[in-house]
Design a protein around this ligand. Structure first.
Ligand SMILES: NC(=O)c1ccc[n+]([C@@H]2O[C@H](COP(=O)([O-])OP(=O)(O)OC[C@H]3O[C@@H](n4cnc5c(N)ncnc54)[C@H](OP(=O)(O)O)[C@@H]3O)[C@@H](O)[C@H]2O)c1
Length: 325
């Protein structure tokens, strides 16, 4: 496993991270969740991503239980705040009240005194950014949070936050968590160029397009039993169109020539962007974790990148206005 700095911050994260959206406390049982986390540690993954909202807190609880007894300094733990975690008016968003309360609830569920990275899951246009950033700053000063990040913020929103942080003497955002894959290139136009200049690293979600880029969904065929495609929500409808699935199958010869799996090819593709600090993968089985880590250290040459672009043509989404979706 190779490790990269989280933007310009000193902390190092594994190029392949393990996230637990949909899986822990949801699609998979606690034993499978534990096996995936154990496989992750075996393979050198040190970076875990979750959120207060995943399975209404259950995902954090399962991860916290699984990490119990593991030396705290041996891993980097990230969680998030924004989406609704309860039924009342203050149970969502980026107000000082919700940030502080949700952080305390996350620490409880994760059974830890601090999270390494605390992220604003979305931008909150109803709260002054100064209020949000001061609440995050207070958590940093209290030692409950080590670094601050954002998810699905536009370049303009990140830029505004940096200006305020500099004016107020707050710690700066170190990471941005956008969706990014061969099929979703939205951050390339604005977010990545700004972040590269400002020393902010991308930790990208759904790098396998929710499993589609592994090639296991075939056009005109029923979805593999037990996969996310049969689990209900979780995969963008456009990713499962025959047109997309056919194009994805056409990537297989490239993976075969390189002697790697399609999952490895897809993950190596996102890691090819130097502003990406980590690809946050999901997994329902430990074998998937063991397969996905093989992407660390794989370099794709310009010819391979170009062939991928030609095969996918106009299918990838690129419009920066889709940020936050
Ligand atoms: N910030 C945000 O708004 C946001 C949003 C979404 C996700 N995230 C983060 O990103 C993480 C990853 O998202 P994701 O789960 O959609 O990522 P993904 O890596 O694109 O998809 C993961 C899913 O693909 C399948 N899979 C993984 N490896 C495979 C392999 N080698 N072969 C075959 N199938 C494989 C598994 O599902 P099946 O076995 O069920 O097919 C797995 O759960 C989340 O856990 C979360 O931490 C953040």
């Amino acid at each position: 496993m190779e490790y990269r700095n989280l933007g310009s911050a000193g902390v190092k994260v594994s190029e392949i991270a393990l996230g637990n959206w949909i899986t822990h406390g949801g699609q998979v049982g606690d034993d499978a969740a534990r096996s995936c986390v154990e496989a992750a540690f075996d393979e050198g993954i040190n970076f875990f991503d979750t959120a207060d909202v995943y399975e209404r807190g259950r995902a954090e609880s399962v991860l916290g239980e699984t990490l119990k007894g593991v030396r705290r300094s041996s891993y980097v733990l990230a969680t998030k705040v924004f989406w609704s975690t309860g039924d009342t008016v203050n149970d969502s968003g980026l107000s000082r009240k919700h940030i502080i309360e949700s952080c305390h609830a996350s620490l409880d569920r994760l059974q830890t005194d601090y999270v390494d990275l605390y992220q604003a899951h979305r931008f909150d246009s109803e709260v002054r950014l100064e209020e949000t950033l001061r609440a995050f700053e207070d958590l940093v000063r209290q030692g409950k949070v080590l670094y601050i990040g954002v998810s699905e913020w536009t370049a303009g929103q990140i830029s505004e936050a940096l200006t305020i942080a500099d004016e107020m003497g707050f710690d700066r955002i170190v990471s941005s968590q956008p969706q990014y894959s061969m099929l979703w290139r939205v951050p390339e136009a604005e977010v990545i160029p700004l972040c590269r200049r400002e020393g902010i690293g991308q930790i990208v979600w759904s790098p396998l397009a929710m499993g589609v880029l592994t090639g296991k969904y075939k056009p005109g065929e029923s979805r593999p039993e037990g996969s996310r495609g049969t689990h209900g929500s979780g995969i963008r409808a456009a990713y499962l169109s025959d047109e997309t699935l056919t194009a994805v199958q056409n990537l297989k010869p490239i993976a075969d020539e390189l002697g790697i799996s399609m999952a490895t090819l897809a993950l190596a593709w996102v890691l090819n962007n130097e502003n990406v600090a980590a690809a946050i993968t999901g997994a329902t089985k430990p074998e998937q974790v063991r397969e996905n880590v093989k992407a660390s250290g794989v370099k794709l040459d310009a010819d391979t990148i170009q062939r991928i672009d030609e095969i996918l043509g106009d299918l990838p989404q690129r419009d920066p206005n889709l940020t936050g979706g």
